[in-house]
Ligand binder design. Sequence first.
Ligand code: SAM
Length: 242
Amino acid sequence: FMVSSRNIRDGYASFNGDLFNHMVRVLRLGTGDGVTLVDEAGNEHQGVIDQVSREWVAVRVEAPRQAAPAGEGGARITICQALPKGEKIDLILQKGTELGAHDFSLFGGRRSVARVREEQLAAKLERWQRITAEAARQCNRRSIPGVSWSPSAAEAAGSTSQELRLLLWEGERKQGLKAALADRACPASVIVAVGPEGGFDPLEVQQFLQQGYLPVSLGNRILRTETAAIAITAILQYIWDT
Ligand code: SAM
């Protein structure tokens, strides 16, 4: 479980809220069960549940044994996703987190039907971040993927710093993903741009290309935006073992 080192004091840690729910209600852990706590510095603490009340759980904790193995190696994957309609974004954040994405850079695509008004942004970001935190906890990840927002593709593309930049573009006829990645060594970081339901507008394609994105095709079938995002995450983590 990922915890804050502030929760651990004098050999004890206690948790309420989401972590309590996850340990006690979801995983049905109880007194005497062993747990592994990982703090923000990556230190691993072995613990045993000592007490469970209706709202909190107390864990007896050993001193950190070692820095935790990262378990998050390989390429750092960022999904640069045009905002899709409705709850598809929840699916992308949840499944992307399970499959090993490290960051989500969401943006308002020119053809995105869904919009984020300025006054909604803080609440949306908080909600999206809750989804990645919940998914990270559920799949036992040691870090929570970050979620950021840009109002346009130009701004999302402009803030790119990743070593490898891929543009999943349904209009790309020549370059398949497989050929584009063949013999390529594992980059430290990779970002993949995915368009909304209506695809990328030509101007957006230009904006990504100007920032060094490599246009790639996932094949002749047109995938739904959420399928494309989830599939590319699975492929990249399979190739580069994140
Ligand atoms: N409206 C577009 C069309 O009919 O050509 C399709 C857009 S698709 C539903 C949404 C996004 O998923 C695309 O912008 C692209 O990023 C990605 N995508 C879907 N299928 C793809 C493919 N075969 N190759 C590359 N990208 C794909």
